[in-house]
Write a protein that binds this ligand. Structure first.
Ligand code: NAD
Ligand code: UFG
Length: 338
């Protein structure tokens, strides 16, 4: 079975490529390297001992995609390609809608043309919006997103749902990720953000390596156990394995299903700082600053549906997430750049 992985050179994509190959799938990767580089794919080959087809291609390029579908026999698609920075999406909404929504429509059009109607899509807990209480369950109303990035995810969920309604030959899994952190245990692949990281864990690891002087903790007056924001952090390898289960599922069924991929446990910002310090024996200087606009107090999943229907659950705990993050960061102080 051959799986097309869009955005396969990125953080979650590269880890998923490793797990797909380990599970015995053939993969074909496309990426435009907007937020990644070829080196991650070289390392996926090294880690798995397997070569695979790779195309530098933009998902908005209908002709380029058609050429790939003509050349390769694709059974299903794992669709990661997209822009993902919340702040940037507020500054550049058109680029986000064009890339994420427009790109997905083009991809689906080409898939349909070549009779490939099976897709696993990277959605996000952000589609639950601000008003649903945690633990978040798939049956809760989605929408009410607060930034263009989140709205692109919600719009794509609607588009793929309509596609399935119009043609039941499609089979689609919408995977709502919570907060992926960590890295492959080898320390060879991991998250390599451009510039100053927006997200908590890459920020902490750049403080740990000495690139940034201290962590800003955005608020300690939330209604949580220590006042700092609570999230459902999930090890990226557990998340990657969730995609294998989802691919198995779309290949076996004709349905549209939504699954939370999280651990079901919430940790605060200070829980993460403390775990990172303890596991890696490093001090992380931090300062409490104002809340970050748009943040909510608490966001964690109820992951029961993925366990019941996909037989998937996250296995790796917070210590492993902190240890693997630091192994990647310390072995690759400049990410994939030499
Ligand atoms: P990433 O930026 O590391 O990976 C995305 C990849 O897609 C990059 O390699 C980028 O170059 C590529 N890409 C972007 N636009 C493209 C285009 N038009 N054509 C071809 N390639 C393109 O991000 P990630 O953290 O690995 O996230 C993967 C997916 O998961 C994204 O869709 C993201 O929105 C979603 N997601 C991520 C998180 C998270 O916290 N990391 C949470 C929820 C959902
Ligand atoms: N935080 C800090 N300091 C930082 C960065 C973050 O205190 O420098 C705090 C935030 O206020 C929040 C927590 O750490 O309480 C997690 O913040 P992240 O930015 O790491 O993650 P978010 O939960 O805000 O957002 C992430 C992704 C979004 C996605 C969302 C839900 O970045 O794209 O999860 O899936 F939409």
């Amino acid at each position: 079975m051959s799986i097309l992985v869009t955005g396969g050179a990125g953080y979650i994509g590269s880890h998923t490529c490793v797990e797909l190959i380990k599970a015995g799938y053939d993969i074909v990767v496309i990426d435009n390297f907007y937020n990644s580089c070829k080196e991650s794919l070289v390392r996926v080959s090294e880690l798995t001992g397997k070569d695979f087809a790779f195309y530098e291609c933009d998902i908005r390029d209908e002709e380029g995609l058609s050429h790939i579908f003509e050349k390769e026999k694709i059974d299903a698609v794992v669709h990661f390609a997209g822009l993902k920075a919340v702040g940037e999406s507020c500054a550049m909404p058109l680029e986000y809608y064009e890339n994420n929504v427009g790109g997905t429509i083009t991809l689906c059009r080409v898939m349909k043309k070549y009779g490939c109607k099976k897709m696993v899509f990277s959605s996000s807990a952000t589609v639950y919006g601000m008003n649903n209480p945690s633990p978040l369950v798939e049956t809760m109303p989605a929408g009410g997103t607060t930034n263009p990035y989140g709205t692109t995810k919600f719009m794509i969920e609607l588009i793929l749902s309509d596609l399935y309604k119009a043609d039941n030959e499609w089979s689609v899994c919408l995977l709502r990720y919570f907060n992926p952190i960590g890295a492959h245990e080898s320390g060879r692949i991991g998250e390599d953000p451009n510039g100053i990281p927006n997200n908590l864990m890459p920020y902490i690891s750049q403080v740990a390596i000495g690139k940034l002087p201290k962590l800003n903790v955005y608020g300690n007056d939330y209604d949580t156990h220590d006042g700092t924001g609570v999230r459902d952090y999930i090890h990226v390898v557990d998340l990657a394995i969730g995609h294998i289960k989802a691919i198995d599922h779309v290949l076996e069924t004709q349905s549209l299903d939504i699954y939370n991929l999280g651990t079901g446990t919430g940790y605060s910002v200070l829980d993460i700082v403390n775990a990172f310090q303890k596991v890696n024996n490093i001090t992380i200087p931090y300062e409490i600053v104002d809340r970050r606009p748009g943040d909510i107090a608490t966001c964690y999943s109820n992951p029961a549906k993925a366990l019941a229907e996909l037989n998937w659950k996250a296995e790796r705990g917070i210590e492993e997430m902190c240890r693997d993050t630091w192994r990647w960061q310390s072995m690759n102080p400049n990410g994939y750049k030499a």
